[in-house]
Design a protein around this ligand. Structure first.
Ligand code: ATP
Ligand code: MG
Length: 456
């Protein structure tokens, strides 16, 4: 302020002195006053010009921040430019935070839709597109009721029961491939709403599996229990001969064996699911496993297919070169998987058929396979065979004592050992079930030569 006053005085004095000492003019006070007046007018005109420049600059839609003004207008201009820069920085910071915030919402596994007071879509994320088919650009301003046509959702909106979520079918829902969503509305602000959707397909599937599992287990246990209690009643009510008694007791023993094997299989499955994967430290000698399986297979085959009905031919092929092979993993799990496949082949192949059990190894993998000349399996069953309790022909499987858990156990075991179960079968021709283990899990064993038994 004082500086500007001095400036003014300085300009006036300069004008007065210039007029006073102007060459050819008389040096009078009057001239000096005229000079001061002229200087004041010039200063005023200059100020008007600067203020006009400033106003003109302010009227521009895009302000040029390089422009400079003089005098008091210079300071005003500088302050405006500083303010603008500050605002600009604040805008950039807020835009960046908004961008980050929206990116975080975009990354959310939940569908997020912001609705305005009239329930029109204001903003939605990509997940909302994947869940509900709402296009983040094209569907802005659309009424949510028009976009989500599920009757359950309409009922939910009308009932205004927003303290819970409603379950509707997702965009990708098909009868053979369900897509289920949980959708909930959260009112906020002055009548606006936030819609969140989450994919509950897997949860629903797990729940359905759990229900099916409980139903299957109950059914599998109830059947032999009913038979058993029937026999017990018969034994209690009727006076039977020794032979009849023995017959009933053996039938009862078969039913209790069935229940026992069901419970054992269930326990095996839950052990497989609950225990850590077998590591690479324990090595299982393949030839020993082969030998055990062969002895068991002979016993089972002789029991199921007595000589008078025509024996099955069992062939165990463990090439000499691979007799010392070892597989990294759990002895008991691998034994259970191998013997499950062999017992299936024996049980489902009629008398007189052939069952070939093989071990082969190449650079990429080691393969354990069981081939039979049994009834074969139609391709439509392949994908479901390893499901729990899945049996192609329930009555026939029940006759042979199966619970439908064998292949589920095999699949679990092979996956836990980093391998895969492959099924190849032709109806009325036979089947091959093979377990493929990565070569990283196999090695030529350190077994003593005396201990090596090639089983052919
Ligand atoms: N080698 C095979 N030949 C023909 N069908 C087979 C063969 N192996 C399995 N299956 C079919 O696959 C179904 C499922 O087999 P899985 O081993 O899981 O159950 P299971 O043999 O019925 O009972 P479990 O093995 O629990 O005693 C069987 O019921 C049978 O119908
Ligand atoms: Mg089986």
């Amino acid at each position: 302020m004082i500086g500007r006053l001095f400036n003014l005085i300085f300009v006036l004095l300069l004008g007065g002195l210039a007029a006073y000492f102007w060459p050819g003019q008389t040096q009078s006070l009057q001239n000096a006053l005229m000079g001061m007046l002229a200087a004041a007018v010039a200063l005023y005109t200059y100020n008007i010009w600067q203020s006009q420049r400033l106003l003109h600059w302010l009227r521009q839609p895009e302000l040029d921040k390089q422009i400079r003004f003089r005098g008091v207008w210079g300071e005003a201009g500088d302050r405006i430019i500083r303010l603008l820069k500050l605002k600009e920085n604040q805008r950039i910071v807020s835009e960046e935070s908004l961008r980050q915030f929206l990116a975080a919402i975009q990354a959310s596994p939940h569908g997020v839709v912001i609705l305005d007071k009239d329930s029109r879509i204001h903003w939605s994320n990509q997940t909302a597109y994947r869940h509900l088919g709402l296009d983040p650009k094209l569907d802005v301003q659309q009424l949510i009721g028009n976009m989500l046509r599920s009757p359950d959702f309409s009922h939910y909106v009308h009932a205004k029961s927003f303290d819970r979520e409603v379950f509707i079918e997702g965009r990708l829902h098909r009868i053979d491939r369900p897509h289920k969503l949980g959708v909930q509305l959260f009112p906020y602000g002055d009548g606006r709403m936030l819609l969140l959707s989450r994919d509950v397909t897997l949860i629903e599937q797990a729940e359905t599996m759990r229900r099916d599992f409980v139903a299957n287990v109950s059914h599998e246990i109830r059947t032999p229990l009913t038979v058993l209690s029937g026999f017990i009643e018969t034994l209690q009510m009727l006076s039977l001969t020794e032979d009849e008694r023995a017959k009933y007791l053996s039938l009862m023993a078969a039913q209790s064996d069935r229940m026992k094997s069901l419970v054992e299989d269930l326990l095996t499955l839950s052990r497989l699911e609950g225990s850590p994967f077998p590591g690479n430290r324990d090595w299982v000698a393949v030839h020993k496993l082969f030998k055990t399986c062969e002895v068991e297979a002979q016993g089972l085959s002789e029991r199921l297919h007595p000589a008078d009905k025509g024996r099955q031919q069992l062939v165990f092929e463990l090439p000499e070169d691979n007799a010392s092979d070892e597989l990294a993993g759990s002895q008991s799990e691998l034994h259970s998987a191998f013997s499950n496949l062999i017992s299936n082949a024996i049980r489902y192949t009629p008398a007189g058929g052939q069952i070939t059990v093989k071990w082969a190894r190449n650079a990429e993998e080691a393969v354990f396979s069981v081939t039979d000349t049994g009834p074969g399996i139609a391709p439509e069953h392949f994908s479901r065979l390893a499901e729990r309790f899945y049996r192609i022909d329930r009555s026939r499987s029940r006759e042979t004592g199966g619970t439908g858990l064998g292949l589920a156990i095999v699949k679990h075991v092979v996956q836990r050992h980093g391998g895969t179960l492959l099924i190849d079968s032709k109806l009325n021709k036979g089947s091959t079930f093979s377990l493929h283990f990565p070569s990283a899990r196999c090695r030529f064993g350190q077994t003593d030569a005396k201990d090596q038994v090639a089983v052919n």
